[in-house]
Write a protein that binds this ligand. Structure first.
Ligand SMILES: Cc1cc2nc3c(=O)[nH]c(=O)nc-3n(C[C@H](O)[C@H](O)[C@H](O)COP(=O)(O)O)c2cc1C
Length: 211
């Protein structure tokens, strides 16, 4: 069975380097035998997520249904003010719709992380995304691609640097490979997911000692 890899990528910019980077990584996933799909942040055009809202746009529903069915994802955000962009974070907030699925959120899905920056490094966006992957019970692959000075690497949606393209395709292939392993046997059993719920952040004794 081919694994399904979904990319969530881009910005509200008309020409997005983070979207272009994700498309290349998806090529690598496809070459590794995966079925692929891309969700472009600009095209999604999502309103701000409102907790508990009963008004769910079709785009948010389609995104969440597709993510629920997929085995792995590629996330690619621009670096904005030292973190991910607001529009990318808002798209991630809409994944709250996956909270009551079985299994919830991104359980046992493999995520590859990419960022594009105007300056000399984009790792902060990758690190921020990794926090979100963990919060949503996903697993990020060790290889990450933070792209510095993206304006030098892309032009009109095309990559100018073949070694960068090769790195991105490697990431896509790695996500497809790891997702295939995860798909062959469920790792997070109901017992495993109860472990975290059973953890006590602070002991009763510590609470009693508090003034
Ligand atoms: C609001 C805003 C904030 C930004 N902040 C940073 C930053 O903190 N560091 C940096 O290196 N680049 C920063 N940039 C540049 C973007 O990271 C860079 O242009 C990126 O490639 C844009 O991705 P996109 O082409 O997918 O829109 C910022 C750009 C904008 C519009």
């Amino acid at each position: 069975m081919a694994v399904k890899i979904v990319a969530l990528a881009g910005s509200l910019a008309e020409q997005s380097t983070s979207l272009a980077a994700a498309r290349i990584a998806l090529e690598g996933a496809a070459q590794a035998g995966a079925d692929t799909e891309v969700y472009d942040i600009r095209q999604l055009d999502l309103p701000m997520y409102v907790p508990g809202t009963s008004t769910v746009p079709d785009a948010a529903r389609a995104l969440c249904d597709s993510i629920y069915r997929c085995h792995g994802m590629l996330w690619s955000s621009p670096l904005y003010h030292g973190t991910i962009s607001g529009s990318f974070k808002n798209a991630l907030d809409w994944l709250q719709l996956l909270s009551d699925r079985q299994p919830a959120y991104l359980t046992d899905k493999v995520i590859g992380l990419i960022s594009t920056a105007g300056g000399t490094q984009g790792l902060q966006a990758v690190n921020t995304m990794e926090f979100v992957v963990r919060a949503l019970r996903g697993w990020s692959v060790p290889l990450v691609i933070p792209i510095p000075q993206a304006w030098r690497a892309f032009q009109d949606g095309h990559v100018l640097n073949e070694s960068l393209a090769a790195q991105l395709r490697t990431l896509g292939a790695e996500v497809a490979r790891a997702a295939g392993h995860f798909a062959s046997g469920r790792l997070t059993t109901p017992d495993a997911s109860r472990v975290e719920a059973a953890l006590q952040p602070v002991s009763d004794a510590e609470v009693r000692r508090a003034p």
